[in-house]
Design a protein around this ligand. Sequence first.
Ligand SMILES: Cc1cc2nc3c(=O)[nH]c(=O)nc-3n(C[C@H](O)[C@H](O)[C@H](O)COP(=O)(O)OP(=O)(O)OC[C@H]3O[C@@H](n4cnc5c(N)ncnc54)[C@H](O)[C@@H]3O)c2cc1C
Length: 200
Amino acid sequence: MSQFLPLLVTDIQRTIRDAVVLTLQPEDPKAFAFKQGQYLTFKQDFDGTELRRNYSICAGLDDGVLQVGIKRVDGGAFSTFANEVLKVGDTLHAMPPQGTFSAGLEPDRARNYLGFAGGSGITPVLSILKTVLKREPKSTFTLVYANRAVNTIMFREELEDLKNRYMGRLSVIHMLESGQDIDLFTGRVDQNKCAELFKT
Ligand SMILES: Cc1cc2nc3c(=O)[nH]c(=O)nc-3n(C[C@H](O)[C@H](O)[C@H](O)COP(=O)(O)OP(=O)(O)OC[C@H]3O[C@@H](n4cnc5c(N)ncnc54)[C@H](O)[C@@H]3O)c2cc1C
């Protein structure tokens, strides 16, 4: 049987209008030791119906916190609840971390990582990126990050801070559907766009 364990909500940050980052304190911290790129399955009762939803951990291994980022989906049950109802001090229930979306770390190697993310899909990539920059000091990371517009970019400031902290090792290419001056960075990430990007 699936095991759901309690987590206290200790902080809620609204990073953009339609997304929150929840900081969670598990009652049993050992059960929530995670690998970069893993996700949590939460269960929540909505008018007598139990829903289960997955949210990727967005913290890196060395951040010392357990965090998930939840973007509100129009008409979505859990994401609207997390964005509009949930308060600091509430308790959520989640299964221990799951998932195998990560590359093994090799601290002595100098690797060049390339990550693609769109919208809230940034969360596991952010966890991987932060962990790689910290634990593989010779590696670099290029992130191609697609969003609708500037004001919908989750973790934009955190990514800028990381670029400054790991000077020269993190490149972020923001692809927006609109609002960019340069054609190369406007539109959807498809085969042609990747071919154009890789030329540079
Ligand atoms: C491994 C994994 C990791 C994920 N990580 C993240 C993450 O880090 N951050 C994040 O924000 N999301 C993440 N997601 C997505 C997340 O799990 C949810 O799918 C998302 O938040 C929507 O859930 P919800 O309960 O809010 O919406 P739902 O209630 O599931 O609704 C989704 C959409 O379907 C519509 N809908 C619902 N019921 C009906 C119906 N009967 N008929 C027609 N339309 C209907 C709703 O209006 C809404 O537009 C992840 C998903 C997976 C699988």
